[in-house]
Design a protein around this ligand. Structure first.
Ligand code: PEP
Length: 249
């Protein structure tokens, strides 16, 4: 499976800032991990163009499930593919909890993006209330079951899963390496039980990953990389993560 670190820039940076940070990350990246960044939609075309031929992968942060139609404000998987995006993040907790995306919507987006040839980073993760109630495993299992429900055999090679406990995103609270490993192990088992081909699906951890905690997290056997929010907004904090640990083949 690929060892991958992706920076989710959320709603940060204008066009110039996005192009400049992507360049800085590309220049400082030693290639230990496959590396990607997810700028805002309006910066994607320029960041893709400026990085064409480089190893930096460019991801969108969301997309719709239809390629055209009366969907004001939506962006299609086909448009993202045509821009040169490598992939798209689907089901991020902010899309689920701030924008009200349901498992059903997410499952349609996953299938549509994969069928357009995009890699999909499917995000799953429990809230603090769900964890405190002892429902962390059940929540993640249900999100994953639904997210995978329309993925074909052939699409599995374009699937990445990110485990992102909602209580750890942007809060400074990180899951301990032991909690994260246990959740990743469960996700891996579920993927394999679903389809043996899915043993090669990379599982990223996300939730306040920083230079100080990345090694302990990324050295866990079932953590194949990271989805990084806050620490991806500066080369000074993102590069130590992408340059830590694993050497990509
Ligand atoms: C994220 O947005 O996916 C994320 C993990 O954010 P942060 O690293 O800031 O917790």
């Amino acid at each position: 499976m690929s060892k991958l670190v992706v920076g989710n820039w959320k709603l940060h940076f204008d066009l110039e800032e996005s192009v400049s940070l992507a360049k800085e990350i590309g220049a400082g990246n030693k290639g230990n991990y496959i590396t990607g960044v997810a700028p805002v939609f309006t910066s994607l075309a320029s960041v893709c163009k400026e990085n064409a031929g480089s190893k930096l992968r460019i991801y969108a942060q969301n997309c719709h499930w239809e390629n055209s139609g009366a969907f004001t404000g939506a962006i299609s998987p086909r448009v993202l593919k045509n821009l040169g995006c490598h992939g798209v993040i689907i089901g991020h907790s902010e899309r689920r909890h701030v924008f009200g995306e349901t498992d059903e919507m997410i499952s349609k987006k996953v299938a549509a993006a994969i069928s357009e040839g995009l890699e999909v980073i499917l995000c799953v993760g429990e809230t603090l209330a769900e964890r405190d109630a002892g429902n962390a495993n059940a929540t993640v299992k249900a999100q994953l079951d639904s997210g995978l429900s329309n993925v074909s055999d052939a699409g599995i090679e374009r699937l990445v899963v990110a485990y992102e406990p909602v209580w750890a995103i942007g809060t400074g609270k990180t899951a301990t390496p032991e909690i994260a490993q246990a959740m990743h192990q469960g996700i891996r088992a579920q993927l394999i039980a679903w389809n043996n081909k899915a043993k090669s699906v990379s599982i990223l951890y996300g939730g306040s990953v920083k230079p100080a905690n990345c090694k302990a997290l990324l050295s866990q056997p079932d953590i194949d990389g990271a989805l990084v929010g806050g620490a991806s907004l500066k080369a000074d904090t993102f590069l130590p993560i992408v340059n830590s640990g694993h050497i990509a083949k």
